[in-house]
Design a protein around this ligand. Sequence first.
Ligand code: MRU
Length: 342
Amino acid sequence: MEHVRAVEWAPSGQAVRIIDQRRLPGAFIERDLTTVDEVVEAIQTLAVRGAPAIGVAGALGLVAALLPYGGEPLPEFLVRARPIAARIRSARPTAVNLPVAVDRMVAMLDRAAAQGLDTPAVLEALHREATAILDEDRAMCRRIGEWGAPLLHDGARLVTHCNAGALATSGMGTALAPVYVAAECGRHVEVFAGETRPLLQGARLTAWELSRAGVPVTVVTDGTVASLMRAGRVDLCIVGADRIAANGDAANKIGTYAVAVAARHHGIPFYVAAPTSTIDPHAATGADIPIEERARAEVSGGGQTVPDAAAVFNPAFDVTPAELISGIITDTGLYRPPYRFA
Ligand code: MRU
């Protein structure tokens, strides 16, 4: 099965090509990003989104933004590169994949500079490192799929939240990777996609990519999930993660915690699927994970849905405590509690 490429090099190798996810499912539009402003704007407005995809976009985007300066002497190039890297690194706060990828690029920059290379050679080293990050992410997705697929019996009915599929990575996704691998093996799996207020990643993106791949998918409002469970219509849940703390607490799209609470109440297994690049050993627990707050208009806009006098609280993510997580599916294996990722 050929999956969409949410983030990759443009054929020139000089720009980051993304699918503009703000336009899905109505329009499939690819965009090439070449400047730091374009890269940061694409990440902040969720044109490219999902923890692994923004890490890859950050790495490729740093190279694309630096390419025009290949003629500068190395000391000037280094002075230019660091603030650009810092801007990309802080474009969004919750997914650890973004700072991990950018820090890896800066470490490569430092190593290449220490070797006495000239600027074009440093740029080549950065390009190779960014490509390695992209390729590794793609490979990790496949391994997550292989570790997770045995959890899905023929006829399994699965709940997911937000989009942790191909659109959120450079490969086949994380939470949806086991679904794709099970489908490749000929198993019939059905997915309930919570619509994921307020930006509707479940309704717009998960439903789009699963339908495109021929996997049966039903979109439900976020409030419907618990009733489905009560009605005996759900066998398991698999969601993605933006950052997993050393104790297994997992930050993911707002509303994930409610799915986990409902799953526990109904005795339904709740799994988190993520590459090892999403584990942050420096975060001891979920309390150490920064939660992005986004604009009021995401909740109140689109035809006025909230009176002006009312405040809006719009956290983009929540933390599901490790005690509610039946297993964490990674590229290196399926981990069961107690989790110790330090
Ligand atoms: O705000 P978003 O759309 O970037 O949020 C994405 C999620 O919460 C995903 O579930 C998570 O990043 C995992 S993607 C493989």
